[in-house]
Design a protein around this ligand. Structure first.
Ligand SMILES: Cc1ncc(COP(=O)(O)O)c(C=O)c1O
Length: 381
C-alpha cells in the first residue's frame, strides 16, 4: 500500500474543495489541491516555526532564498541570484502585479486558451484588454496541444504588452519543449512584450525522462530582460492554503517595477509559508518522486478507463499535472458539468477555462477515490 492510498477525511475541515459538496454525495474533483497529506519534512518545518511562539509580519529569510536558488541550480540548471526572488502571497496576485508593470489601462495582454480561469479575468481589475488565442492540436501522435504561433501573430496588436505562458499547462497537461519555449521568447521579443511564465506545475511531471521541464529562465539572450517566472511549492507539496509563491526576475529594473506595483490590495507573505517553502525545496525531492509515480498511475488508470469504456471522450496525453482536460463534446450534453454533478462527480466546468464542451477532472486523490469516480463516470455515460 502506498502512502498516497490513505484516505484522509477532509469534510468539516473548511476545505474549499470539499465544502462545496458538504452533505451531498458528490465527489469533489475540481479545484487544484490534492487529497494527500503534506510531506513530513514540510509539516515539521511549520511545526518548528510555530514552536517559536510569535507569528509577526515576515520577510523572506536567507534560508528560503538559498533553498530556492539551490533548487533552480540543481533541478533546472539555472544560476539565479537569491536577490532575483520576489515573494508574493500566491500566484494570482503576482499575475496582477506583473500586468501592472507593462503598459497602462487600455493596453492588452495575450493568453492562450483553454486557460486557468484567473488568466481570463486579470484584465478586468487591471483595466486591460484580453486577447485570447486557442491552442491547437499537434499534427501527429496522440492528442496533444501546442501554441498556435500563426494565430498569435495574427492576433497581436501594437497595444499588446504582456504574453502569459502557462508551462506545464493547466488544463491541457503539456510540458512545452525547449523549442516551443524559445519560440515564445522570440515572439515576445519581436512584439516588445513582457513574458510572464507561470511554472507552478513544473515539479508535477508525469514523464520527467521524456518530457522534462524547460524553464523560460534557461532561454538565452535578451528575453531575460523582459521575463517574470512565477513558481511555488504550493501545488507540488499540497500547501496552496499557505498562500506563498515567488517571482524570479533576473532584470533589476523590471524587478524594481514589479515590487513597486504591489499596491494596497496585496498583503504580505505569512511566516509559515516561508518556512514550508524552504523545507519543500530543500527536502521534499524523494517524496515528490513518489508522488509523480503515483499520479502517473492515476493518469494511466483514467486513460485506460476512457479507452475501454468511453472512447468518445478525448483526453490529451498528459505529460504533467493531476488535472485532466476531458473533451466531452461527443456526448452532446447541454451542460456537461451539471450532468456529471447529477451523477455524483464534481468536476470543473470547461466554460470557466474558455473551453465549452469540456470538464476538468482532478485526479490528485487516492486510487480508490478515483476508482469510485470512474464507476460513477460509467453510469453518467
Ligand atoms: C497555472 C496555475 N497558476 C496558479 C495557480 C494558483 O496559484 P495560487 O494559489 O498561488 O494563487 C494555479 C492553481 O490551480 C494554477 O493551476
Amino acid at each position: 500500500m502506498s502512502e498516497f492510498d490513505t484516505i484522509i477525511d477532509r469534510r468539516s475541515t473548511g476545505s474549499l474543495k470539499w465544502e462545496r459538496y458538504a452533505g451531498r454525495d458528490v465527489l469533489p474533483l475540481w479545484v487544484a489541491d490534492m487529497d494527500f497529506a503534506v510531506p513530513d519534512c514540510v509539516l515539521e518545518a511549520v511545526r518548528s516555526r510555530l514552536d517559536h511562539g510569535i507569528l509577526g509580519y515576515s520577510v523572506a529569510h536567507q534560508g528560503v532564498r538559498e533553498a530556492i536558488t539551490d533548487y533552480l541550480k540543481d533541478e533546472h540548471g539555472v544560476a539565479a541570484d537569491p536577490g532575483w526572488l520576489v515573494f508574493t502571497p500566491g500566484m494570482v496576485p503576482a499575475k496582477s502585479q506583473a500586468v501592472l508593470v507593462a503598459g497602462g489601462p487600455g493596453d492588452a495582454l495575450m493568453v492562450c486558451t483553454p486557460a486557468y480561469p484567473p488568466f481570463l479575468n486579470l484584465h478586468r481589475a487591471t483595466q486591460r484588454e484580453l486577447i485570447t488565442v486557442p491552442l491547437c492540436e499537434m499534427p501527429d501522435g496522440p492528442l496533444r496541444y501546442t501554441l498556435d504561433f500563426e494565430a498569435m501573430e495574427a492576433a497581436v496588436t501594437a497595444r499588446t504588452k504582456v504574453f502569459f505562458l502557462c508551462n506545464p499547462h493547466n488544463p491541457v497537461g503539456r510540458v512545452f519543449t525547449a523549442e516551443e519555449v524559445q519560440k515564445v521568447a522570440e515572439f515576445c521579443l519581436a512584439h516588445d512584450l513582457l513574458l510572464v511564465s507561470d511554472e507552478i506545475h513544473c515539479d508535477l511531471l508525469l514523464e520527467p525522462e521524456t518530457a522534462p521541464h524547460y524553464t523560460a529562465l534557461r532561454v538565452p539572450g535578451a528575453i531575460q530582460e523582459r521575463l517574470i517566472v512565477l513558481m511555488a511549492a504550493s501545488k507540488t507539496c499540497n500547501i496552496p492554503g499557505l498562500s506563498t509563491a515567488f517571482a524570479v526576475i533576473p532584470d533589476a529594473t523590471l524587478r524594481r517595477k514589479f515590487v513597486a506595483s504591489k499596491n494596497t490590495f496585496i498583503a504580505e507573505v505569512n511566516p509559515l509559508g516561508y518556512h514550508a517553502t524552504e523545507a519543500a525545496y530543500r527536502f521534499s525531492r524523494p517524496w515528490r518522486q513518489r508522488l509523480q509515480a503515483y499520479l502517473r498511475g492515476n493518469r494511466d488508470r483514467l486513460a485506460s478507463f476512457l479507452a475501454e469504456q468511453a472512447p468518445m471522450v478525448r483526453m490529451p496525453h498528459m505529460e504533467a499535472t493531476y488535472l485532466a482536460w476531458l473533451d466531452v463534446r461527443a456526448l452532446n450534453l447541454e451542460n456537461p458539468h451539471a450532468h456529471f454533478e447529477k451523477h455524483g462527480l464534481g468536476f470543473s466546468p470547461g466554460t470557466d477555462f474558455g473551453g465549452p464542451g469540456h470538464v476538468r477532472l482532478n485526479f490528485g486523490c487516492p486510487r480508490s477515490t478515483l476508482d469510485e469516480a470512474l464507476r460513477r463516470f460509467a453510469t453518467a455515460l
